[in-house]
Write a protein that binds this ligand. Structure first.
Ligand code: IVH
Length: 670
């Protein structure tokens, strides 16, 4: 390939993969399979390694804590992970029942289970210990995501019961509860990150993250629904579910044994309406023949078992009228269109609004004024408009995405490669100003006691604050504060105390609080640790920033943009003047020793408790030396998950000792 063709190919891959990521996570409408996606991503990673000069800052490979698969070892499934045949109505299900009865007669039971809307996982236990967790992948082989799965609290690492087989596989569904999804997605939006469309996508994105400590922050859960052993242990699926529950696995209690298809249909009807009361999403019911012997008799087709089927619920859908489109401006200036609908009952709740995501979505729907639209509440929390009922169209005026900010009338901008429009008037646009101050006082940033989002809004409306640093002058405005209704002397005292105390907050919290785009909690910590103070951060070059662990071009550019603005520098100077802490407080390292003196180490793979950088520091602080490659000189290979097989082979050949992260910390502490 010529150099031009290579660059063209890389650009095309970036554009295509970004579009697929967006289709998948935001629109929840993927147009490409996982396998094909991963192949393209692999190709891009390779090209970027070979031609770093052509790497695009917008590349999907540059995303911190990437939402997409980068490098996991591929593992072949011992038993293929099949899918289920689907039915959508009673007749299809009765046909299935007919087929079953033809094959095995009338004496059998069904087990009815909820069909959890997440991603399937296969766990292998050896001698009672969780050895491997592998995603479904293409059904014959999947990704080794053990380290990430180990962060799920309801999955036992070690089984305490003594009646477990030496080796077994157990399969189930990893998912995220709706409440966690809503909370975390809100945080993503506040950070200017693209929110996930539904809990399933969030769970799937999380399981495939590279950094397990990030995964730990996103609570996942897992229901188990299938045991696989070499020799049969139980006679029925029901018995096996009861047993694995005894062993400590999370089995869903809404499971039922049924004697015939009518009982199954009653179970289905019950959950079709009750499902909205669950704390997690289900998209149907799975029906399985209970006896293993009868399952065997029925066998499999090429893709799915003949002894099980799924009944898919229809996504709840109604028609209603689009009254108008309004626009919301967020803290980062992103402008999101919202469809205001004639109120309508859908899946147990009254729906008045639906998200329209962005300008492209309005175009895709070809939305006109007063259109009658189909609104759906499927796996998504926020209802969405799926299509327009053209027969009921009354206006030939298409909805036009606005050109100016609805709050401050500034001309909107669209950054290259991004789908959202922004209001660039950061310092003059009210919701952006209010949002930034609210972010600053938030729990994860300065955590200021006695101040809440509503108070910030009131203060802004009364002209008491227009920027973050004004908070530190509020004590000079006691008279104005007293004039605010429902704001008594005690509340004022409390708040002023909270503001004063916030001056002691550590640098990384303050840095996060400044609300620099893409600088989330973790990134703020990394930056603070690497650069020590705000002045170093302000003058760091793009190269210096990118050299820091987990900082990609996208974040580095955003930091530079922030410090290039005079108003931000003035703001920081005012905060410095108020006495806030703009440098890290060096703590004495209690763990320093010379226990690893003269010993050499190579670190490879992904670890559960530490990042690779942390392990490196730990080794160096205790006198050890890090080598770049495995050689006969090497003393220890600290081996994590997903270590390449060639490294392992080389280390074994050269008789290098393999140790785990726990063994390393024991060497230091022991
Ligand atoms: S049993 C041979 N039980 O649905 C297939 N699957 O469409 C064994 N799922 O890949 C699967 N809840 O990810 C089974 N209670 C349940 C389930 C369930 C959700 C998912 C699973 C599977 C897909 C099949």
């Amino acid at each position: 390939m010529s150099i031009f063709a290579t660059k063209e190919r890389m650009d095309a891959l970036v554009a295509e993969l970004n579009q697929h990521t967006y289709n998948y996570y935001v629109l929840a409408m993927p147009t490409i399979g996982d396998y094909e996606f991963d192949k393209k991503l692999e190709e891009l990673v390779k090209l970027e390694q070979e031609y770093p000069e052509f790497a695009d800052p917008n590349s999907p490979t540059q995303k911190v804590g990437g939402d997409i698969t980068k490098s996991f070892a591929t593992i072949k499934h011992r038993w293929p992970m099949l899918s289920l045949g689907n039915t959508y109505n009673d007749q299809d299900l009765r046909d299935f029942d007919e087929r079953v009865r033809k094959a095995i007669g009338n004496q059998f039971e069904y087990v009815c289970e909820l069909k959890f809307d997440g991603l399937s996982i296969s766990l292998t236990y050896e001698n009672g210990i969780l050895a491997r967790a592998v995603t479904r992948g293409d059904g014959t082989k999947g990704d080794d995501v053990t380290t990430n799965i180990k962060t799920i609290q309801t999955i036992p690492h070690r089984i305490k019961a003594n009646d477990v087989p030496e080796s077994f596989e157990i399969r189930g569904e990893v998912f995220m509860h709706r409440a966690a999804f809503e909370r975390l997605n809100k945080e993503r939006e506040e950070l200017g990150e693209i929110p996930y469309a539904n809990p399933r996508n969030f769970a799937a994105g999380t399981v495939k993250m590279q950094d397990s400590r990030e995964v730990k922050k996103r609570p996942l859960d897992c229901f188990l629904y299938g045991l696989y052993t070499d020799r049969p242990l139980f006679k029925t699926h029901w018995e096996s579910l009861e047993a694995v529950q005894q062993w400590g696995f999370h089995v869903c209690r809404h499971t039922q044994l049924s004697n015939n298809i009518d009982e199954v249909l009653t179970f289905i009807r019950h959950w079709d309406t009750e499902r909205f009361k669950l704390s997690y999403d289900i998209d149907g019911i799975v029906i399985k023949v209970n006896s293993y012997a009868q399952q065997q008799e029925l066998g499999f087709t090429a893709k799915s078992p003949r002894w099980a089927i799924s009944y898919k619920f229809k996504a709840a859908e109604v028609q209603t009228v689009l009254e108008k489109v309004t626009y919301q401006v967020g803290r980062t200036g992103a402008v999101t269109p919202v469809a205001n609908l004639k109120p309508v009952l859908l899946a147990g709740t009254t729906v008045k609004r639906a998200t329209l995501h962005n300008a492209d979505e309005i175009k895709r729907l070809d939305l006109h004024e007063l259109d009658t639209v189909y609104v759906e509440k499927g796996g998504e929390i926020i209802p969405k408009i799926i299509r327009v009922n053209l027969e009921k169209r009354v206006s030939d005026v298409p909805i036009q995405y606005i050109s100016h900010c609805p709050e401050c009338n500034t001309l909107l901008m669209r950054k290259e490669g991004e789908v959202a429009y922004y209001c660039p008037n950061e310092d003059g646009c009210p919701p952006q100003i209010i949002g930034k101050i609210q972010h600053f006082i938030g729990r994860k940033a300065m955590n200021i006691d006695g101040l809440g989002d509503e108070t910030i809004e009131t203060f802004y409306q009364r002209g008491l604050i227009t920027k973050i640093s004004d908070l530190y002058h509020l004590h000079e405005k006691a008279e104005d504060l007293k004039n605010i209704e429902r704001f008594g002397e005690r509340s004022i005292d409390n708040m002023l105390k909270g503001i004063e105390q916030s001056k002691l907050m550590p640098f990384e919290k303050l840095l996060f609080g400044l609300g620099i785009r893409y600088v989330g909690e973790t990134v703020a910590k990394k930056l603070a640790k690497a650069l020590k103070n705000i002045d170093n951060l302000a003058k760091a070059s793009l190269e210096e920033l990118i050299a820091i662990d987990e900082i990609g071009v996208r974040i580095a550019e955003s930091i530079q943009e922030y410090f290039a603005k005079n108003s931000n520098i003035t703001q920081i100077n005012e905060l410095k003047h108020a006495g806030l802490c703009f440098e890290i407080q060096e703590t004495v390292n209690l763990y320093q020793s010379d226990k690893l003196n003269g010993k050499t180490f190579v670190i490879s793979g992904v670890f559960e408790k530490h990042s690779r950088d942390e392990l490196k520091n730990l080794i160096e602080e205790n006198g050890g030396k890090i080598l770049s490659s495995i050689s006969a000189k090497l003393d220890y290979l600290v081996a994590g998950d997903n270590m390449g097989p060639s490294k392992l082979e080389k280390a074994t050949k050269l008789n290098v000792r393999l140790i785990s992260e726990d063994e390393l910390t024991e060497m230091i502490n022991g």
